[in-house]
Design a protein. Structure first.
Length: 202
């Protein structure tokens, strides 16, 4: 959305160059409050500490909601066992205590196969990571290590798409863009039609 707006803006203002960078929401707010960027996209509201940093730097701003997104958990298309998962199971996987202990699908649920568990998730500077850890683990910015973390959505989607044993989380819209590569373990479908005319389901 931001790239499209930047393109349209530059069409009408050819003497102005707009650079769209990719980074986490937390890191983006740090740059914004230092005056290094003019617009900061975020999937969450600005925090009290970030508001304070902006105020101390003399940065005034307005918050303008432009869209709503959701958080999505995905698995590889050939994963036939995790058609649904509970929040408690996701917490069991992602909580700090799982580090070095929960490394196999069978440890998550007895009926799951004895297969290694590969994890992918939003980068720790991202608002998506903050929200996921708060909603699933119960404490913001608290999770296990040992997972592939990235602010680049394509890295996460391609990582899960290339590993049958993978499970990942990121924003819903990111996965919708590459919906044929992955399958939802828990969450809402994109409701975009495939060539067969059938709707995606969660």
């Amino acid at each position: 959305m931001t790239e499209a707006m930047a393109e349209e803006f530059q069409k009408q203002n050819k003497d102005i160059k707009v650079t769209v960078g990719i980074g986490g929401r937390g890191g983006g707010f740090k740059k914004f409050c230092r005056g290094e960027t003019d617009i900061s996209n975020a999937s969450r509201p600005i925090t009290a500490s970030e508001q304070k940093a902006c105020k101390e730097a003399g940065i005034e701003y307005i918050e303008l909601p432009v869209a709503l997104d959701a958080l999505t958990v995905i698995v590889h298309p050939s994963n036939t066992w995790a058609s649904e998962m509970t929040v408690a199971e996701l917490k069991k996987i992602w909580e700090p205590e799982a580090q070095g202990k929960i490394t196999n699908w069978k440890q998550v649920r007895d009926s799951f196969p004895d297969r290694p568990l590969a994890l992918y998730g939003a980068g720790v500077d991202s608002g998506t990571y903050d929200y996921f850890t708060a909603a699933i683990v119960g404490k913001e910015h608290s999770s296990r290590g040992g997972f592939t973390a990235s602010e680049d959505d394509n890295v996460l989607v391609q990582g899960v798409a290339g590993d049958q044993n993978a499970l990942g989380f990121d924003t819903h819209v990111s996965f919708c863009e590459l919906q044929r590569s992955v399958r939802w373990a828990h969450g809402a479908g994109c409701f975009q039609r495939r060539s067969s005319g059938r709707r995606l389901t969660a």
